[in-house]
Design a protein around this ligand. Structure first.
Ligand SMILES: Nc1nc2c(c(=O)[nH]1)N[C@H]1C(S)=C(S)[C@@H](COP(=O)(O)O)O[C@H]1N2
Ligand SMILES: [Mo]
Length: 326
């Protein structure tokens, strides 16, 4: 059963007269105009941007089953202890240990490029007015482990629309925060990625209703190691496309270079759709280890085309040779 969350309502004593009568659409337009000084200080997800402990997000009413999964959810402890976040090291337990060193308050996101209304907004203004919902998605890492995660978020399309993409926009490029002083993995000798971490989607993939901006999981704000305060979730693609701790979203007309593709183009393509029929050059993609998994209970299950979201996304790739566009 999926549940719906809503950004906490602003107390009327804390809002300016003009925002009292702004409805959601007007708020969105205002945000698009870059009115980041709008008095929404006490607005949504202040909790997400402060402190280190995840705070609960407000729950309101039940939602339909469309984005749910009946599969057993991976326990919170595993989702938050077994991570990839190379900015903090390459071991699976490095992010849980060191991502706390990243300051997430204040946080701003710049939306630029081929949009009518570019702007740099602080987190509160960026997120104001979006309905948060719970969506239980599978996450399948290219390394062949997987999880089932109850994300809290809203469609990326809603966010992009605020900034009014131009018809010339064909792709979206995302960047993670790059702050050496707080990210020990970016300082370590032999660090393999050219920071900041970058990812990209075709615009139609970015606008697909399954593509989520997540701000929480298990009903709480995102822990640092899972990409606080906001990260992308693209459930039919390998996990590395789901970029964490985003500070920049740019609409562009050419396919952007992504971190993993630049590093090893033969191993990591731009599309990176989960596909059991196209192996990674060094290992099979036919099976996955569903976490929690152990030596004695490996929990090995077959990997599904588009991570099980074939019905929803196959249309996006009609006529493409997916062994060429991997
Ligand atoms: N900025 C950034 N985002 C990132 C990564 C990273 O190293 N840096 N790793 C990716 C990979 S490889 C995976 S599998 C997922 C893991 O998400 P999770 O730790 O929340 O399960 O995050 C992705 N997003
Ligand atoms: Mo991954």
């Amino acid at each position: 059963m999926s549940r719906r969350f809503v950004v906490p309502k602003i107390d009327s004593s804390e809002i300016t007269p003009e925002s009292v009568y702004l409805n959601r659409r007007e708020l969105m337009r205002a945000a698009g105009l870059g009115l980041s000084t709008m008095a929404l200080a006490a607005a949504p997800l202040t909790a997400a941007s402060t402190g280190s402990a995840p705070r609960p997000l407000d729950f309101t009413s039940p939602e339909g089953e469309q984005f749910s999964s009946s599969e057993q959810k991976t326990p919170y402890a595993d989702i938050t202890a077994y991570n990839n976040f190379y900015e903090f090291g390459t071991d699976k337990d490095d992010p849980a240990r060191y991502a706390k060193e990243m300051t997430i308050d204040p946080w701003a996101v710049e939306v630029s490029g081929l949009v009518l209304k570019p702007g740099k907004l602080n987190l509160e203004d960026l997120l104001s007015g979006f309905d948060l919902e719970e969506r239980i998605y599978r996450l399948r890492c290219v390394e062949a482990w997987s999880m089932v995660v109850p994300w809290i978020g809203f469609p990326l399309a809603d966010l992009l629309q605020r900034f009014q993409p131009l018809s010339t926009a064909k792709y979206v490029e995302f960047r993670t925060l790059y702050r050496r002083s707080e990210m020990r993995g970016t300082r370590s000798f032999g660090s393999i990625i050219d920071w900041p971490y970058r990812e990209g989607l075709r615009l139609d993939e970015a606008m697909h209703p399954l593509t989520l901006i997540a701000v929480g999981l298990y009903g709480k704000t995102l822990p640092h190691q899972n990409g606080a305060p906001l990260r992308l979730v693209v459930p039919w693609k390998y996990g590395f496309k789901s970029i964490k701790s985003i500070v920049s979203i740019k609409l562009v007309d050419r396919q952007p270079a992504t971190s993993w593709q630049s590093l090893a183009p033969r191993e990591y393509g731009f599309y990176s759709n989960v596909n059991p029929a196209v192996d990674h050059p060094r290992w099979s993609q036919k099976f996955e280890r569903r976490l929690p998994s152990s030596l004695f209970r490996p929990n090995r299950i077959p990997t599904r085309m588009f991570n099980g979201y074939e019905e929803q996304v196959a249309e996006l790739y009609r006529g493409m040779d997916l062994s060429k566009y991997y």
